[in-house]
Design a binder for this molecule. Structure first.
Ligand code: SAM
Length: 358
């Protein structure tokens, strides 16, 4: 790698920490990158962006310094932007070996990461100059960084070395996990599928718990609307809650006769409960969001003041941002305070709302 090229890269790095602009590799769920771009535009005014993986990963140049951008993004967390990392180095080397050399040289200069647990997070495009898989690149990088004697971890890192090896260019950044919106590689939260797990839907609630810090163990009585086949219900039962599951469809047989479960085989429009009966209401109906919001708000009398609601909102329209805003205002008008709204990794064409009744 020639001297001049490396110098240009280092100037780039300084600029990201300076006052002019900052570059970020940004990720959204597949197909939702345009909405993540729109969120950045609303926050920063005009945003220059280049797609790195269609519909999913893009490089954004923001008209704010890295620190200012971090402050803005973390103080009003976006819904569709799932993950980002600051770009401190762009490498346009001809070969993967040269690029890797530049990565090592750069990381070696970041001595501060030697004082904390470090995670290396690698992603690549299909036509990247690195032909093997990302794990092999991570291993190679670790090997070459051996002299730094870093303490590596997958969970709860204090520093993340991010590398996105795109077609022609490698993007590198070193950052704190909280500045990336997620400590998972690309915000892709992975859970182990359990033996006998009823549905993948359970992952949504597990992810919501982590994302929003919802204390599920602290609730006592929950109503699960649109509960079948019972992934969410089983999660709540495992946390020791009493659960009322509402769904005309069949629940999974493994839940039959559970002592803390009451199943109501009815349409949610036809059920009634006692006032303030529940301290948790969850709903994953996968239905018209406006009808869902009307139905759920009609049942909020059964939720205690201070009670929590976790709801998925199906994005059936081409204007998801306007739809989300509308649904949030329906809930806000029903004394629900929005604590969090996010398109989780395990959400498909939907987002998850976390709310508290006041
Ligand atoms: C995506 S599934 C729920 C998956 C569930 N959260 C789990 O973890 O297994 C949606 C469910 O909503 C139910 N549903 C749709 N409309 C409903 C309504 N009006 N009242 C009650 N349940 C409804 C469907 O029967 C379906 O079982």
């Amino acid at each position: 790698m020639d001297e001049l090229k490396v110098m240009q890269e280092h100037e780039e790095q300084n600029e990201n920490r300076g006052d002019f602009h900052s570059k970020w590799v940004c990720t959204a769920n597949h197909g939702f990158a345009p909405y993540a771009q729109e969120e950045l535009r609303r926050m920063f005014g005009s945003v220059k962006s280049t797609m790195l993986m269609p519909g999913e990963v893009f490089l954004a140049t923001l008209g704010s310094s890295e620190d200012e951008a971090k402050r803005l993004i973390t103080s009003s967390p976006p819904i569709f932007l799932r993950h980002l990392f600051p770009v401190h180095l762009e490498i346009t080397a001809d070969t993967a070996v040269e690029a890797l050399h530049a990565v090592v040289e750069h990381v070696m200069k970041r001595e501060e990461i030697g004082r904390g647990r470090v995670s290396i997070q690698i992603r690549k495009t299909e036509n990247s100059s690195w032909k093997d898989n990302p794990a092999a690149l991570r291993d190679e990088l670790q090997h070459r960084l051996a002299a730094m004697e870093l303490e590596y971890t997958v969970q709860a890192p204090e520093w993340i070395i991010s590398l996105f090896a795109a077609d022609g260019v490698w993007y590198v950044g070193v950052s704190r996990p909280e500045d990336n919106l997620s400590d998972w590689n690309g915000g892709a939260v992975r859970f182990q599928r359990e033996e006998g797990q009823i549905s993948r839907a359970k992952f949504k609630l597990l992810e919501a718990e982590k994302q929003f810090g919802i204390p599920f163990d602290s609730f006592r009585k929950a109503v699960d609307i649109g509960a079948a086949p019972g992934g969410w219900t089983s999660f709540l039962l495992e946390r020791g809650l009493q659960v009322t599951a509402v769904d005309p469809a069949k629940m999974h047989p493994s839940l039959d006769g559970h002592k803390n479960l009451r199943v109501v085989h009815k349409n949610a429009a036809d059920v009634s409960f006692r006032e303030h009966e529940f301290d948790l209401l969850v709903c994953d109906m996968s239905w018209s969001p406006k009808l869902m919001a009307r139905m759920v708000t009609g049942l909020l009398y059964s939720l205690q003041t201070g009670g929590t609601a976790v709801i998925t909102v199906k994005l059936l329209t081409k204007k998801p941002m306007a739809l989300v805003k509308e649904i949030m205002s329906v809930f806000e008008a029903s004394r629900m305070q929005i604590q969090g709204a996010k398109q989780l990794f395990h959400n498909r064409d939907e987002i998850t709302l976390y709310m508290i009744k006041y």
